[in-house]
Design a protein around this ligand. Sequence first.
Ligand code: BJW
Length: 256
Amino acid sequence: MGRHRHVTGGRAIEIPRQLVERLARARRVAVLTGAGISAESGIPTFRDALDGLWANYDPLELATPLGFARNPGLVWRWYAERRARIAATRPNPGHAALAALEARCADFTLVTQNIDGLHQRAGSRRVIELHGNIARVKCSAEEKRVETFDPQAAPPRCVCGAYLRPDVVWFGEMLPADALARAEAAAERCELFFSIGTSAQVYPAADLPLRARAAGAVLVEINPQRTPLTERADFFLQGAAGEVLPALLGKPGLNS
Ligand code: BJW
């Protein structure tokens, strides 16, 4: 198959026939998702401006060890509010389509940068979380997970006296080594790699689609906007994940 880029857009979602055929016979599929897949569930992306109480803050500064050191109460409250918002949302048709895709693939790996747990709630089983999960809390000094804490405190403290923090990966912090290694292995062995709803700017996650392509995979990007990855993609399906994925999975030959 040639390295032709297919651009879809406008109201009707065009799904290239070559992609449907490729996906129908693929045995090894890997997917990387970012904040965009949860946008249609009502969770703002990182590139969206914050609203309400948080309108004057930059999420890319709050999600750093320095931001937490400067103002732990502020960062804890920001995460507490996001945790409550996530708990009140539901997976959308994009999440559901990926859970259905897993069920029809022998070797399927879903790598997510999201911390919202919506893939698991949609029924995905083999999920690799690269940036942690907002539902978990850990000690900021000892790194160990903590199950119970004072919900009134902002932030609560560990028995060791240090602040507790969300078990997520901030800028400048290492990703969980095992998760990253499994994600890299999946990228390198897959036949098809989907990059969905990510601005493809945050490393090392942004390297996964490039690794996959270098190892010979067909690279598919789904996003309403172009990203630095778009030029490298074999197929660019321009649109919302919650519309494009069900349209793709609904194609004859794939919807069995
Ligand atoms: C839709 C849609 C719809 C809208 N449907 N799509 C190499 C080069 C340069 C820098 C580095 C490098 N390697 C490492 C670095 C440093 C740094 C980094 O990458 N910096 C860049 C900014 C340049 N990386 C790190 O620090 C990482 N650690 C690390 O590498 O450790 C080793 C090391 C340390 C120090 C120096 C060097 C090496 C850690 C990165 C951790 C990122 N953490 C966050 C916060 C997580 C917790 C939380 O959620 O609060 O992760 S930041 C934020 O960005 C979050 C996201 O997971 C991540 C990616 O964002 P994402 O998902 O792409 O969202 P958006 O908002 O950017 O994009 C949304 C997209 O959706 C858009 O494209 C929309 O168009 C689209 N969309 N609606 C489909 N309906």
